[in-house]
Design a binder for this molecule. Structure first.
Ligand SMILES: [Fe+2]
Ligand SMILES: [Fe+2]
Length: 348
């Protein structure tokens, strides 16, 4: 067994979170293996719901986390365990196949459409009911806390999943990517990375900003938003999808971020708590232009054959975010919590 010779080695950084509770056969098998078990891990079954299933997306999230911060008490060498990589590939294949089969908003121009044109269209057409408008106008303090918890899975490592793309790029597209990421990491100033500013917002609203503190409360539709970026980031063949994802991300940020500033102000959050959202309102006007014109433009000028994949990355972001928003709005409209029950008793 790959890890047998290293069973005494269990390095774990203080920042590593604990493993969450399993939710079904996939996450149970994964956690058993991470605890030292042996044997083959299962493939997703027909009821795994690859777009938003709780068990599949928790298993995929935790498989990816081995490449970010790992887990307390789990040997870091599992990151490259061949059986775990085979297992992760099965989850990724199911997720990617389902995303491609969805095909919503596919442009009439097909794969030949200039992705800059498609991105502009996607950024300006409403994707469905607006989560940020609902939060700005109607959310109470508990619902805002819930939103922060949902977003913490990505925002506490904001920019990291996209950064996998950097060593895979060169030329003008790489320079544009670096320029965006430099801002995301607070221009190298300690405590100023957007991930750090999000931690300040969480603490201001009485939440635990520790990395991975709320994973047990996050439904599959939330975990899928982060899994999508890791999927695109960790596979070089999906680099154009990553670029399309980042570009649409930046191009659709300013309006919602401004509405979240309004919500925090209305609910009595401090200016420190508003800062995470306020810096995006300011920075993302510029990031949107850099992303569309120089990142996407530079990339498709060099690789016109990948234009369709850039568009797919953007459409996949929109579809995954649509499911995420739909889950929150349905729960709130019905007067329910949008978080998974039980696991979070007393968290908010
Ligand atoms: Fe950011
Ligand atoms: Fe940005």
């Amino acid at each position: 067994m790959f890890l047998g010779a290293w069973s005494g080695y269990a390095h774990s950084m203080s920042a590593s979170p604990r493993l969450p509770e399993p939710r079904g056969p996939l996450s149970s098998a994964l956690f058993a293996r991470l605890g030292g078990g042996s044997g083959a891990l299962p493939a997703p079954g027909p009821d795994a719901e690859p777009l938003s299933g709780d068990d599949l997306h928790l298993a995929l999230h935790c498989s990816y986390e081995l490449a970010y911060r790992g887990f307390a008490g789990v040997d870091d060498r599992y990151e490259w365990d061949l059986e775990l990589l085979r297992f992760r590939q099965g989850l990724e294949d199911a997720f990617e196949r389902a995303l491609r089969a969805e095909g919503p908003n596919r442009p009439a121009g097909g794969e030949r459409l200039d992705p800059r044109v498609e991105l502009t269209r996607l950024a300006t057409e409403p994707a469905g009911p607006s989560l940020s408008t609902w939060v700005a106008e109607r959310a109470d303090r508990v619902q805002l806390q819930e939103l922060l918890i949902h977003r913490s899975a990505y925002q506490r490592k904001e920019a990291d999943p996209h950064s996998w793309g950097l060593p895979r790029l060169d030329g003008p597209a790489k320079s544009a990517f670096v320029e965006i990421q430099t801002d995301e990491y607070g221009d190298g100033r300690p405590g100023q990375a957007h991930a750090d500013l999000f931690g300040v917002t969480m603490a201001d609203f009485g939440l635990d900003p520790a990395y991975g503190a709320y994973t047990d409360g996050l439904p599959g539709s939330t975990l899928a938003t982060g899994n999508l970026i890791s999927l695109f980031g960790l596979h070089r063949r999906l680099l154009p999808c990553l670029i399309g994802h980042l570009a649409l991300f930046e191009m659709t940020s300013v309006g919602p971020m401004g509405r979240y500033v309004q919500a925090i102000r209305r609910l009595g959050g401090s200016s420190d708590a508003q800062r995470f959202y306020a810096v995006h309102v300011e920075a993302d006007v510029r990031h949107a232009e850099i992303a569309r014109d120089r990142l996407v433009g530079g990339y498709v000028d060099e690789h016109p054959e990948h234009a369709g994949e850039v568009g797919f990355g953007a459409r996949a972001l929109r579809a995954v975010e649509g499911r995420f928003a739909g889950h929150l709005l349905r729960a709130w409209e019905a007067g329910r919590s949008s978080l998974r029950p039980a696991a979070l008793a007393g968290a908010v």
